[in-house]
Design a protein around this ligand. Structure first.
Ligand SMILES: Nc1ncnc2c1ncn2[C@@H]1O[C@H](COP(=O)(O)OP(=O)(O)OP(=O)(O)O)[C@@H](O)[C@H]1O
Ligand SMILES: [Mg+2]
Length: 318
């Protein structure tokens, strides 16, 4: 089958992991990971430090071998997909050669790809035209990240893998960078990025993959992940309220009372709220909402770490 038929064929995932495990001696970095990532989407890889995000990415880039299982990129073994120019990447760490200018560096990098972008186009897409004539070794941390992103997109590859691309960027640059990532996804590229900025995932990702301790915990849209956490948040103001008055409400997962302001996380916002009214309490400025992605992520990973067992017991006891 030709490259063109695999790339752009919705039946062929951009990345497929089947029962992939990787251990480093006694450390099990990835455990039986099975996951298919569709083409043409922006996909966020979330997980705490040491979850196995970088290891999984390095395996799909052909930089590391899985201990067992099977990985395919556009239906091919990772190294073959790399050689065919299907993949551009920005690893978690890595510097730039110091003595060349950014333009020289990008000129060199585009030559490594079969169908690269023009260097001016790369500079434009990565928003670094102003850095073109600067020496790579003299760039700030955030500028270096932007140039590394430019290298990742220089080959006009179908899959762009970015491992924590915005680390070290200030807020403004991060937002500019997000737009560049979104533009790549809108051009039909598959963009897979690992991040600890949950807002980044919320803003950019069509699909979110959560891993913890090398295992897949969740895979779905941002709203699927929020729903999976299974909690809602109730916030209100109630002058003179005490924590004790609220302790016996049903389905409460966590309770914060600060002066007149109350925040409740609950597994059933209707029942918690009706019980509040049944107690004769009349809260004001009421807000009931789903958890944010960050809170949902914390809830899902804590549950997996076993912390939530205690919460469930407390809830049952009420
Ligand atoms: N070369 C290596 N040799 C031994 N252990 C390793 C090696 N690389 C990673 N590990 C271990 O594998 C596990 C997964 O690491 P990995 O770098 O994939 O996590 P991560 O999800 O990318 O974390 P972070 O958010 O900190 O970047 C960790 O326990 C880590 O210590
Ligand atoms: Mg990592």
């Amino acid at each position: 089958m030709s490259n063109e038929r695999l790339v752009g064929d919705p039946e062929v995932p951009a990345v497929s992991f089947e029962q992939v495990s990787k251990h480093y001696g006694p450390v099990q970095a990835v455990r039986e990971l099975s996951l298919q990532l569709p083409q043409g989407r922006a996909i966020a890889f979330l997980g705490p430090n040491g979850a196995g995000k970088s290891t999984s990415m390095e395996i799909l880039l052909g930089l590391k071998h899985a201990s067992s299982g099977r990985v395919e990129v556009f239906g091919k073994p990772p190294r073959q997909a790399m050689t065919a120019g299907h993949v551009g990447a920005m690893l978690q760490s890595g510097g730039l050669p110091a003595d060349v200018t950014v333009r020289e560096l990008l000129t060199l990098m585009t030559k490594l790809h079969p169908k690269p972008l023009r260097v001016d186009e790369v500079l434009l897409r990565a928003n670094i035209a102003d850095l073109a004539d600067r020496r790579a070794g003299k760039l700030s941390g955030g500028q270096t990240q932007r140039v590394r992103f430019a290298i990742a997109i220089a080959g006009d590859s179908d899959l762009i893998v970015l491992d924590e691309p915005t680390t070290g960027m200030d807020v403004e640059n991060r937002h500019i960078f997000w737009n560049s990532m979104k533009d790549e996804a809108e051009r039909g590229k598959t963009v897979l990025f690992a991040t600890h900025y949950l807002e980044e995932a919320d803003q950019i990702a069509d699909q979110v993959v959560v891993i913890n301790k090398g295992r897949l915990l969740a895979n779905g849209s941002v709203s699927d992940i929020k729903a999976m956490a299974g909690f809602q948040r109730i916030a209100f103001r109630l002058p003179g309220v005490t924590r004790e008055q609220l302790l016996n409400l049903p389905h409460v997962v966590s309770l914060d009372v600060l002066h007149d302001h109350v925040q409740i996380q609950t597994s059933d916002s209707d029942k918690t709220f009706y019980a509040l009214l049944d107690q004769g309490l009349r809260p004001m400025e009421i807000e009931i909402s789903a958890l944010g992605l960050e809170q949902a992520f914390v809830a899902i990973t804590e549950r997996d770490n076993g912390d939530a067992v205690e919460t469930t017991e407390t809830e049952d006891a009420r």
